[in-house]
Design a protein around this ligand. Structure first.
Ligand SMILES: Cc1ncc(COP(=O)(O)O)c(C=O)c1O
Length: 392
């Protein structure tokens, strides 16, 4: 351990990166310390950068196929990291998981159909549904003392209202839950009973804080495998979001055919050279070593936030981080309205978090903080927040 240096601060300004270069337009303040959008302020590992550099030595960048090695690297990774044996022929592609979700909605539902989501949840789940003229059926999570669970009684009730699909975040962004076997089985049984297709967004599946364990939904039974679509990606795990290459795992041949047809309609089924190269380099023994180290580091950042809040800002409550690198913070004890909290964070503390309200009404009063960054940045953010909130 300790082979990589995650403490290194790298200036990302003026690289057209969303996290830094959109601060003025998003926050109205270009100086906020950015702890928002879900990419890392930690360098993509050297062995992936080397693979990209190697490819660019060849001067031809024409149309490129998704080769056997690409699919095999995904098969290998799932077996190694998630004890899930999939076949290469299950694999398809997406230009980012959000693009994949849009294509899944178009492939498997019709305008006017109802789709269940579990707020507070990753905000594009809402927009992909309404942009495609489908109807959102919320099955809100139950949050008690910052511990979140699924509401199965409610799910059972709305499942019979004719929903065609459910989109789950496994693990869950923004509350940081890694769903356990019992929860996934119960959800799967309810959905299968009512013929609801399960779309499991597993983009955060490699970002698991020990001793939690990611369980791919589709790995739980043959019935779940045949009634589900799984999306995953190297983008969060290895900080590759700018390459826009994710993948879908679809064992049911009819579903796979429909999904691929939806990709064909929009011309989104090909992918890009550097995306392919990066996946092959990432899903490798070197990728495992780097990932285990970065996860330890992220866990360290999380423990730091937890200890700091307990000691200095006990009014801010933190949900236990089981997976993702996104902390879910409850500011409601200050008794301030949401706008005021946002204003204090952005304009006084000058820290750029994601306001909880973007994840749905249940997120009002909460903030999401990205801790996949050098520890000094986490410390700086905590101090800035402390200076403003300590006497409130
Ligand atoms: C649950 C979830 N799905 C999808 C995405 C975005 O994926 P992509 O950039 O591959 O479209 C994110 C990014 O934060 C996410 O948290």
């Amino acid at each position: 351990m300790g082979h990589y240096n995650f403490d290194r601060v790298i200036n990302r300004e003026n690289t057209s990166c969303v996290k830094y270069d959109l601060r003025q337009s998003i926050f109205g303040n270009s100086k906020v310390l950015p702890m928002w959008v879900a990419d890392m302020d930690i360098s993509t590992p050297d062995f992936i950068l080397d693979a990209l550099a190697e490819r660019i030595k060849h001067p031809m960048l024409g149309y490129t196929i998704r080769d056997k090695a690409f699919n095999e690297s995904i098969v290998w990774w799932n077996a190694k990291r998630h004890s899930w044996d999939i076949k290469p022929e299950y694999i398809s592609i997406c230009a980012g998981v959000v693009s994949g979700l849009n294509h899944a909605i178009q492939a498997f539902t019709n305008p006017g159909d109802k789709i269940i989501i579990q707020p507070p949840v990753y905000h594009p789940f809402f927009s992909t549904i309404y942009n495609n003229n489908r109807i959102i059926l919320p099955n809100p999570l139950i949050g008690l003392d910052m511990k979140y669970t699924m509401d199965f009684e409610h799910l059972e009730k709305i499942a019979s209202q004719g929903a065609k699909m459910i989109i789950i975040s496994n693990p869950h962004n923004p509350v940081g839950r890694v769903w356990n076997r019992d929860e996934l089985v119960r959800l799967g049984e309810i959905c299968c009973k009512h013929n609801i297709l399960i779309v499991s967004d597993e983009i955060h599946s490699d970002l698991i804080i020990k001793p939690n364990l990611h369980i791919p939904f589709a790995s739980l039974s043959e019935q779940f495998l045949m009634n589900s679509v799984t999306f995953a990606s190297t983008s969060k795990t290895f900080n590759l979001a700018g390459l826009f290459t994710g993948h879908a795992i679809i064992a049911n041949k009819q579903l796979l055919k429909k999904y691929n047809h939806a990709l064909e309609i929009t011309g989104a089924g090909t992918g890009n050279i550097f995306g392919f190269e990066s996946v092959k380099a990432a899903y490798s023994p070197k990728g495992e070593i780097w990932l285990d180290e970065v996860l330890e580091y992220i866990k360290g950042n999380t423990l730091l936030v937890e200890a700091y809040l307990k000691d200095k800002l006990p009014k801010i409550n933190l949900a236990e981080l089981q997976g993702t690198y996104l902390l879910w913070l409850d500011f409601r004890s200050f008794g301030l309205d949401d706008e005021k909290i946002n204003d204090l964070l952005i304009n006084k503390a000058e820290v750029g978090l994601n306001k909880g309200s973007i994840f749905g009404e249940l997120g009002i009063g909460f903030q999401r903080m990205n801790v996949a960054c050098p520890r000094s940045q986490v410390e700086e953010a905590l101090e800035r927040i402390h200076n403003v909130f300590k006497n409130l």
